[in-house]
Write a protein that binds this ligand. Structure first.
Ligand SMILES: NC(=O)c1ccc[n+]([C@@H]2O[C@H](COP(=O)([O-])OP(=O)(O)OC[C@H]3O[C@@H](n4cnc5c(N)ncnc54)[C@H](OP(=O)(O)O)[C@@H]3O)[C@@H](O)[C@H]2O)c1
Length: 197
């Protein structure tokens, strides 16, 4: 299996990268981001570019990849809706649309968030924007999985769990593999596939 990974310099993306590099079923990982990872591994190829959504600059042939893990994202803390939507929704869809069009057999795993609003119309700005992002991803003709992760620790304090939270401090590869089984698919759209990637 060949994988494209976005957001590999982030907290969750690093966990996904580690899981992919350790997993014998993953033959290769292409990490696309705006900063170098500082990691070398025989299975890892890296593409550093200002605009991670420019797949042609990254030399990506979507047909050559089986899955994409999209861990790129920002905290909404202190952001206006337009700015948050530009990264959360627009950038995500700018990556997902060409991948889905060129390779409908691809599996796309999106890191969403616990409490995401599938109606896309609620009062919470971040939940609304994530909800619209999920809904638009689920409309695309590939297998899309939404991973509604609870707040955990992050280099961005905005995700830090509150007092009494039992959220784990690091992402577990096992949670990702459960995710790939479709457990966090949103209910706003019927499942497009029952098969795990
Ligand atoms: N951590 C949590 O507890 C938590 C909880 C719920 C949901 N989430 C969601 O999970 C996703 C990742 O969270 P995280 O904690 O791993 O965040 P993080 O540690 O801040 O990492 C974010 C990643 O996204 C990249 N990125 C952000 N904005 C970008 C842009 N405009 N262009 C290119 N790359 C950009 C960052 O690249 P650079 O390194 O170049 O900045 C980094 O690789 C987010 O969508 C977040 O909403 C996280």
């Amino acid at each position: 299996m060949n994988v494209i990974l976005f957001g590999a310099t982030g907290m969750l993306g690093r966990g996904v990268l580690r899981a992919c590099l350790r997993d014998d079923s993953v033959d290769g990982v292409l990490a696309i981001g705006r900063r170098p990872l500082g990691v070398t591994h025989p299975k890892l190829r890296e593409r550093v570019q200002d605009d991670p959504s420019d797949l042609s600059a990254a030399g990506v042939d979507p047909a050559a990849y089986d899955a994409c893990f999209f861990c790129l994202g920002v905290s909404s803390l202190g952001m206006k809706e337009e700015e948050y939507r530009r990264v959360t929704h627009d950038l995500t869809l700018a990556v997902a649309r060409p991948l889905a069009a060129a390779n409908p057999g691809m599996t796309f795993v999106y890191v969403s968030g616990e409490g995401t609003d599938s109606t896309g119309r609620g009062r919470s700005m971040w939940a609304r924007v994530k909800g619209r992002t999920e809904n638009d991803l689920l409309e695309l003709p590939f297998r899309a999985y939404m991973f509604r992760t609870p707040a955990s620790s992050s280099r961005r304090a905005a995700y830090a769990p509150g007092p009494g939270s039992t959220a784990p401090s690091t992402p577990s590869p096992r949670r990702w593999s459960r995710c790939c089984g479709g457990c966090h698919r949103t209910s706003s759209s019927p499942p497009r596939t029952s098969a795990a990637p």
